[in-house]
Design a protein around this ligand. Structure first.
Ligand SMILES: *[C@@H]1O[C@H](CO)[C@@H](O)[C@H](O)[C@H]1NC(C)=O
Ligand SMILES: *[C@@H]1O[C@H](CO)[C@@H](O)[C@H](O)[C@H]1NC(C)=O
Ligand SMILES: *[C@@H]1O[C@H](CO)[C@@H](O)[C@H](O)[C@H]1NC(C)=O
Ligand SMILES: *[C@@H]1O[C@H](CO)[C@@H](O)[C@H](O)[C@H]1NC(C)=O
Ligand SMILES: *[C@@H]1O[C@H](CO)[C@@H](O)[C@H](O)[C@H]1NC(C)=O
Length: 385
């Protein structure tokens, strides 16, 4: 089995040589000082934050290190999450198994430097392990398998805090009798009649997903209606849904790609139309195929869709697909199509692969936990020339 994986990796590696030739030299960061890379967040068109075990790195598009920041308490706690809150602020989220998760805020000093703002702040009333923490403007989410809990950020001149809210997305909220098993959430803004909304997709392991429409007021989201995207109605019931990306959305329709397990190494893309809160129609658009099972949520950039795939040896392959996603409100005339990747980037074993798109159709990917490389989407560029 393992030998097969290695053999297939070599074949895939040699297939990928075409693209590898269009990569800059990789840049290696000091493993002792920074620790292994864990995840990343785009801070602006030209800067990205890379969360590593011991520090946060701020890099530019050419992967120059602009600055780096220490992270308190990393000896005892795991900091796994990073997300941008506004043009000025990003957060790092940490937890210790079975204890309350907390956030650290970093505020920009200038275009290249940030500093910690205020103290570590714990999520109130959540003293358990969470799957992930994230946020939209001044609303924060803790994601657990049985519920997503919403909190509000409160800012003062020199400090900040987290306030509880009434909003909890659990089985009662979604009017389900059986327990639910949430795996992740995805969200995307839309506007209508000059009001700002967010579509939330709450991914459920067996059912597919719940959708939640929320209105933004004073930078805080207020949920006002929800329904079910009932995937077992369309696909075999043995599929398992792990995460999602929303390509485009309006109030009544969304294009969504799901990371699934159970069908051989295929991710599926659907159009969901919210006919009423109790009926959602699903049109199957694409199968996105790759050599291994997907790992983590897909990422997108204009018409590009990136799916990271890993084998049991933690070798990773990043497949980039060139898919034309129509605007969600247009009538769907597409029939289900199987897509193959245009560009593929590979990496030897690493614990937490980092992958993101940059302007000019480039991809940054991590190699062996502490190296970063920037590459051209060579085949994509050839295709679109
Ligand atoms: C960032 O890039 C987007 C898309 O290219 C552009 O619309 C936006 O104006 C840019 N923002 C800044 C601050 O340059
Ligand atoms: C969480 O629970 C642990 C053990 O029960 C306790 O030691 C810790 O103080 C609690 N943390 C918070 C923030 O309530
Ligand atoms: C940004 O702030 C840092 C830290 O205060 C400082 O060292 C650096 O020179 C500043 N850069 C610019 C371009 O002002
Ligand atoms: C719930 O989902 C997780 C994946 O997030 C899965 O590993 C687990 O088996 C699921 N539990 C049940 C009872 O289906
Ligand atoms: C979306 O659907 C709701 C309920 O059917 C309807 O009231 C609303 O007008 C629709 N919105 C748009 C933009 O079509």
């Amino acid at each position: 089995m393992i030998l097969l994986y290695i053999l297939s990796f070599i074949v895939i590696l040699s297939n990928a040589q075409k693209s590898l030739a269009f990569c800059d030299e990789y840049i290696e960061f000091d493993l002792d000082y920074f620790g292994k890379f864990i995840s990343n967040a785009k801070l602006s068109n030209t800067t990205d934050a890379i969360l590593a075990e011991k520090r946060v790195l701020i890099v530019d598009e050419d992967l120059n290190l602009l600055s780096s920041l220490s992270i308190p308490k990393t000896q005892t706690h795991d900091c796994l999450w990073i997300f941008k809150q506004s043009s000025e602020v990003f957060f790092v989220g940490c937890q210790k198994n079975g204890e309350a998760p907390y956030l650290i805020a970093y505020k920009s000093i200038n275009e290249t430097h940030y500093s910690q703002f205020g103290n570590i702040v714990y999520f109130p009333n959540i003293n358990e392990t969470v799957i992930r923490v994230t946020g939209i403007q001044n609303t924060l989410f803790t994601i657990q398998s049985k519920k997503v809990t919403l909190f509000t950020l409160v800012w003062s001149a020199s400090d900040w805090s987290i306030k509880t809210t009434q909003n909890v997305f659990d089985k009662n909220y979604f009017a389900r009798t059986a327990e639910i098993n949430i795996t992740d959430i995805a969200y995307e803004p839309y506007s209508q009649d000059n009001l700002q909304y967010y579509k939330l997709i709450v991914v459920e392991f067996k059912l597919g997903a719940f959708w939640v429409d929320t209105l933004i007021k004073n930078n805080i989201i207020t949920p006002f209606r929800n329904g079910l995207i009932n995937m077992p109605n369309v696909f075999v019931s043995s599929l398992q849904y792990n995460s999602a990306v929303i390509h485009s959305t309006t109030q009544n329709a969304s294009y969504i790609t799901f990371t699934v397990f159970g069908m051989d190494y295929t991710d599926i893309s659907i159009k969901a139309v919210y006919v009423t809160t109790s009926t959602t129609t699903i049109t199957h658009n694409y199968n996105l195929n790759g050599p291994w099972a997907s790992w983590g949520p897909p990422i997108k950039f204009a018409n590009l869709q990136g799916i990271l795939r890993r084998n049991i040896l933690k070798q990773s392959i990043f497949n980039v697909f060139n898919i034309l996603i129509p605007v969600a409100q247009n009538e769907n005339t597409l029939s289900a199509t199987t897509y193959d990747p245009v560009d593929t980037f590979t990496s030897p074993p690493q614990d937490y692969p980092i992958y993101y798109f940059n302007r000019g159709y480039r991809v940054v990917h991590s190699i062996e936990n502490n190296k970063l490389q920037s590459c051209d989407l060579y085949n994509y560029k050839l295709q679109t020339e």
